[in-house]
Design a protein around this ligand. Structure first.
Ligand code: SF4
Length: 323
């Protein structure tokens, strides 16, 4: 078994809903609701689910871009949700993020050289000469070349801008990169180039990725293991191979049945997801998926299913597999 790099334990993020003149908290949106999982060193863990399932929030909680309501995030043996700001600031060098929209995440008034030097300047690392060398090196690594240094973000295409965003994430030699829908804003033809780049960089710099995506075709090509979320909860974690060959949770089955097959002759039995995703401020009792589940039993409406180990090394939260 590989070494664990990050572990989330009982992680929760509840956003208060405030109403009235006194802005009293009347309810909570349970964006992430008591989830636990591990990320192994050197792997790519995909987090998937429909829009609003809490996958992006989970990514942000892991590196404290958002503060959790409850729970622990263990990184290198420490609960980083408990450490002081200064220590967290140091750790942040190792925990970086690549955002969905590279344009809004790059300062339009700075040149690419200035954008890439900024993290080094913030941490007062090395000399200006060394910053420039590092910028040149990383621009080559991400396939842009040093002629990009004096240009501004708006002079680049979407794919090139995402390469700048990736170079910026690499400036401080991170260990873990959270990539939040990093290719979903790009043309399909460009997506595979950026994904291949991310794969090459993982090899070159021994990176660990958490890859947040709603697109299971992309996840299939890119990830080693997959965590499926529904309404702020983990419903299944499995190796990519096992999940695509034999998804266990009815929600995973429905998501996967909607993925187009690469072989047009191969016919699929499609499970169409009916009904809307319930409100995370008022999730259904028992299994949160029960109002949409075709296999729903009486117990599903009453008892929230716990995550249980599966025979092939994954976990699933569904009463169909309980003793
Ligand atoms: Fe469906 Fe019940 Fe399993 Fe939930 S616990 S996914 S409702 S069978």
């Amino acid at each position: 078994m590989s070494e664990i790099l990050v572990e989330a334990r009982g992680l929760k993020k509840y956003f208060p809903i405030k109403k009235g003149l006194l802005r009293r908290t009347t309810a909570h949106v349970k964006a992430v609701d008591n989830i636990s999982f591990q990320v192994f060193k050197g792997e790519t863990l995909g987090i998937v689910g429909e829009s609003g399932c809490g996958k992006s929030t989970t990514g942000r909680l892991l590196i404290r871009l958002l503060e959790a309501t409850e729970g622990e995030v263990i990184y290198k043996g420490k609960n980083i949700l408990q450490i002081q700001k200064e220590e967290m600031r140091e750790l942040r060098k190792e925990l970086q993020m690549v955002f969905q929209d590279p344009y809004s995440s790059l300062n339009p008034r700075l040149t690419v050289g200035q954008i890439l030097e900024e993290p080094l300047a913030n941490y007062s690392m090395s000399t200006k000469k060394e910053w420039r060398e590092k910028v040149r090196e990383l621009l080559h690594v991400v396939g842009l070349g040093e002629q990009a240094i004096h240009r501004f973000p708006h002079e680049f295409s979407g794919g090139q801008r995402q390469r700048i965003g990736i170079a910026r994430a690499l400036m401080l030699n991170p260990e873990l990169i959270i990539a939040d829908e990093p290719v979903s804003a790009l043309d399909v033809s460009i997506q595979s180039q950026v994904l291949n780049l991310l794969k090459d960089l993982q090899q070159k710099f021994a990176l660990t990725y958490i890859f947040v995506s709603h697109d299971l075709s992309v996840v299939n090509h890119f990830c080693d293991r997959i965590l499926v979320m529904y309404l702020g909860r983990v419903v299944e974690i499995s190796s990519k191979k096992n999940l695509f060959a034999r998804p266990l949770h009815p929600y995973s089955q429905a998501l996967l049945s909607a993925v187009p097959s690469p072989d047009p002759k191969q016919k699929k039995d499609r499970t169409i997801l009916t009904g809307d995703v319930p409100s995370p401020s008022n999730p259904p009792t028992g299994c949160a998926f029960h109002p949409r589940c075709t296999a729903c039993m009486d117990i599903c409406k009453q008892v929230r299913p716990a995550l249980i180990q599966t025979a092939d090394g994954g976990v699933v939260a569904c009463h169909l597999y309980s003793e």
